[in-house]
Write a protein that binds this ligand. Structure first.
Ligand SMILES: NC(=O)c1ccc[n+]([C@@H]2O[C@H](COP(=O)([O-])OP(=O)(O)OC[C@H]3O[C@@H](n4cnc5c(N)ncnc54)[C@H](OP(=O)(O)O)[C@@H]3O)[C@@H](O)[C@H]2O)c1
Length: 237
């Protein structure tokens, strides 16, 4: 028996860089996996990359649509039963103009992508996480949440709000034995970052597998007394 045998793990953003690495890491430790993302073909390709024998299913949904999220969580429940781990990985980044030139669309887009997706998923999934059964929620914030940067205000603010959402939820859920933590990644070593910053020191960035290891730790029994934390994972960046 492996650490996550018998546990159902929901991974959002499962077709993206970190989502794929995280799903693979959970699968290698015996978890059942519900993979959620926007694009059905990308999801299927992520599922195909899981180790053979992993009990998994894909659920294509727009996490900005509360009804779609509720339907998806109901479908996960029907397929797997209770949810034990919710890894909220869907999110993204965009540089923008100076704040005074930022449009409503630019502001809303990052707040939606990084914050509303987490809100929608937590709201739908929390009732399906059983009490005192090692329930875990792991959110992905960013290093940029703790110190704002120019031309990044909507991104930084959206990721900062993920920290306080995490703290609020951890208070609400601690007596049910459900922990809620978030991770602040520095720059991840992804193909997109390598092509955007070809001259950077890529070895100093955070490998996807290393970040997945931290998510697995927070989801594990070893982290049962850690809740409300914002864990920096910067590598050497
Ligand atoms: N990459 C970094 O250096 C870095 C640094 C700090 C924090 N982070 C955070 O780490 C997380 C993962 O990053 P990543 O590099 O793995 O990103 P990624 O490769 O872009 O993966 C994110 C996934 O989320 C999906 N998604 C976006 N909006 C969605 C929606 N409304 N409904 C359902 N799925 C949606 C994306 O689908 P589409 O591609 O189809 O839009 C994509 O598959 C994000 O929260 C990101 O902000 C990343």
């Amino acid at each position: 028996m492996q650490e996550f045998t018998g546990k159902t793990v929901v991974v959002t953003g499962a077709a993206g860089n970190l989502g794929r690495a995280t799903a693979r890491a959970f699968a290698r430790r015996g978890a059942r996996l519900a993979l959620i993302d926007l694009n059905p073909d990308a999801l299927q390709s992520a599922r195909n990359a899981l180790p053979e024998g992993c009990d998994s299913a894909v659920f294509a949904a727009d996490l900005l649509d509360p009804a779609a999220v509720a339907d998806t969580i109901a479908a996960v429940k029907k397929r797997f039963g209770a949810i034990h781990v919710l890894a909220n990985i869907a999110g993204g980044f965009a540089m923008g103009p100076a704040l005074h030139e930022t449009t409503d669309e630019q502001w809303n887009s990052l707040m939606d992508l990084n914050l509303r997706t987490v809100f929608n998923c937590c709201r739908a999934a929390i009732p399906e996480i059983p009490d005192r059964a090692g329930g875990r929620i792991v959110n992905i914030s960013a290093r940029a949440a703790v110190r704002g940067a120019g031309h990044m205000a909507p991104y930084c603010a959206s990721k900062a709000a993920v920290i306080t959402l995490t703290e609020s939820l951890s208070e609400e859920l601690k007596d049910r034995g459900i922990t809620v933590n978030c991770i602040l990644p520095g720059t991840l070593d992804t193909p997109e970052n390598r092509s955007a910053m070809p001259d950077a020191e890529h070895d100093a960035w955070v490998p996807l597998d290393a970040l997945a290891d931290v998510i697995l730790f927070l989801a594990s029994d070893a982290a049962r007394c850690v809740t409300g934390a914002a864990v920096p994972v910067y590598g050497r960046s």
